[in-house]
Design a protein around this ligand. Structure first.
Ligand code: ATP
Ligand code: MG
Length: 477
């Protein structure tokens, strides 16, 4: 999995100790009430009982129950009236019980904010399922409330640091979509935190106890990616000497992040679309449809409209994924978050290294003024490097040492479409330098990707960069 272990769990949301959930059971049938109450108790709920709407109203006001399990037919009216009475913002969940559930009643009840319904005579397994569902939903709501509280107090939302208004919008979207089953497209420049958003979506979903897998579609060879995703049967192609279980099966019950989705071939995009529409997939070489019990998140650092018009992202898949899009703003549009993040990364390093290094005001100002084309990832790397260099006070100079390299003060010249212009007769070393710097710029300072793409080791890349840096400091081109 791509998700770094160091980041995982680092800041699992702290929530106050969960008190027991309270269920109010409203029914005029004594036996029914007591047996439901017994079951609810077994599932860890505290219970209150009411035999009429009147009694129920009073108990709702007095105890603010987490769950109201209410019969539709009560001596003094319909159970649905309770819902109408309860303020829309209330946290109470409703489950409707009915002796003669017509489909219409059930549907209209669902529409009115009832999370589930039961028919009489109920089977206890179904009721247990409903109660477990309520408990999970309540757990997620509590977790979300915990996060909102954290945001107000600490300027962070789980692992996501930042309280600028564009980020608050992002948190609102996350909070709205996380508990649903919707596919989410996460778009944003490289290093803006798309993977972190995917982790947050997973952790705030009912799937959080199941795995989250991140597949980088750009990093898996095009020949292998279909079998990586869907698995393959033994003998389905040369070299397939055993059955292989793909990510769709391994992530069953959980979440699958398809990172760099535009790197997937158009043919595979069609297959993915079919899986999203039908809910089933086939292993390569297999003919038995397998249920795709995964929630799909997709991420891209490309401009979506451009990706569609250039054909990198099929339009039909785009529309299917675009049901819910979270656009992560670049760091330079997040105001004071830059300093907040710099402090956050510094706190982490101080804690890990048992040091007490601190920013000077000038350094913090310099942080606010940089364009951060590599976004949070660049900031994090720069903080780390400056931390290593500084004794106690981290001065502005420590940051300057890591400004993006420029050839003789000028940005590396490209033709604007990611191609380099090189005059015939240019020295090979100069071409190499141009190529390395332009690739580095293309990947927004990501050295690993640059080295991988150029087919050189990371060590070689570092060596070259330090030579170039020494050259530019001494004024050479
Ligand atoms: N809001 C944030 N708060 C704290 N850390 C963050 C935040 N956003 C990003 N990071 C950190 O910055 C680094 C880059 O984030 P991430 O890998 O999620 O970016 P990305 O958008 O997926 O980048 P890419 O497009 O290159 O895959 C990670 O180390 C991540 O933990
Ligand atoms: Mg990523």
């Amino acid at each position: 999995m791509d998700v770094s272990e160091a980041d995982r769990g680092e800041s699992r949301v702290e929530i106050e100790q969960n008190p027991k959930l309270l269920a109010l059971i409203v029914d005029d049938d004594d036996d029914f009430r007591t047996s439901v109450a017994a079951l609810a108790k077994r599932e860890g709920f505290e219970t209150r009982l009411a035999g009429s709407l009147g009694e129920a109203r009073k108990l709702i006001l007095d105890t603010a129950p987490d769950l109201v399990l209410v019969d539709l037919r009560l001596p003094d009216g319909s159970g649905l009236e309770l819902l109408a009475d309860t303020a829309p913002a209330s946290d109470t969940e409703f489950v409707v019980v009915t002796g003669n559930a017509s489909v219409e009643t059930a549907i209209s009840a669902m529409r009115d904010g009832v999370i589930d319904y039961l028919t009489k005579p109920f089977d206890s397994a179904r009721l247990t399922g409903v109660l477990a569902n309520v408990a999970r939903t309540r757990g997620l709501k509590r977790e979300l409330n915990g996060l909102r509280w954290q945001l107000r107090r600490l300027g962070r939302f789980g692992k996501l640091v930042g309280c600028s208004s564009p980020m608050q919008e992002v948190y609102n979207l996350i909070a709205r979509v996380a508990p649903t089953t919707a596919t989410v497209l996460i778009a944003g420049e490289s290093g803006t935190g798309k993977e972190l958003v995917a982790e947050t979506l997973h952790e705030l979903s009912r799937r959080k106890d199941k795995p989250l897998f991140a597949v980088n579609c750009g990093a898996v060879s095009p020949n292998l990616i279909e079998s990586e995703l869907f698995g393959h049967e033994k003998g389905s192609f040369t070299g397939a000497d055993r059955r292989h279980v793909g990510y769709f099966e391994r992530a069953a019950g959980g979440t699958l992040l398809l990172d760099e989705i535009t790197e997937m071939s158009p043919e595979l995009q069609v297959k993915l679309l079919r899986v999203l529409e039908s809910g089933h997939f086939l292993r390569v070489g297999g003919n038995e449809p397998i249920e795709a019990d995964v929630r799909i998140l997709a991420a891209t650092n490309r401009d979506l409209a451009e990706a569609v018009s250039s054909g990198a992202l099929r339009e039909d898949l785009y529309y299917r994924l675009n049901v819910f899009t979270i656009n992560l703003p670049p760091l330079r549009e997040r105001g004071d978050d830059m300093q907040l993040l710099a402090q956050h990364f510094l706190d982490g390093l101080n804690a890990a290294e048992e040091t007490q290094k601190r920013w000077t005001p000038a350094a913090l100002r310099a942080i606010a003024e940089r364009p951060w084309r590599g976004n949070v990832r660049e900031l994090r790397n720069v903080v780390h490097q400056a931390f290593i260099l500084a004794d106690r006070d981290i001065e502005e100079d420590a940051l300057r040492a890591f400004e993006p390299i420029r050839t003789n003060g000028e940005p590396v010249s490209t033709t604007g479409d990611d191609k380099l212009e090189v005059a015939v007769g240019t020295e090979i070393a100069a071409v190499e330098k141009k190529l390395i710097l332009a690739t580095l710029e293309h990947f927004e300072g990501d050295k690993k990707k640059t080295a991988q793409t150029l087919g050189i080791s990371l060590k070689t890349l570092y060596n070259r960069l330090s030579v170039y840096r020494a050259g530019s400091e001494s004024g050479a081109v």
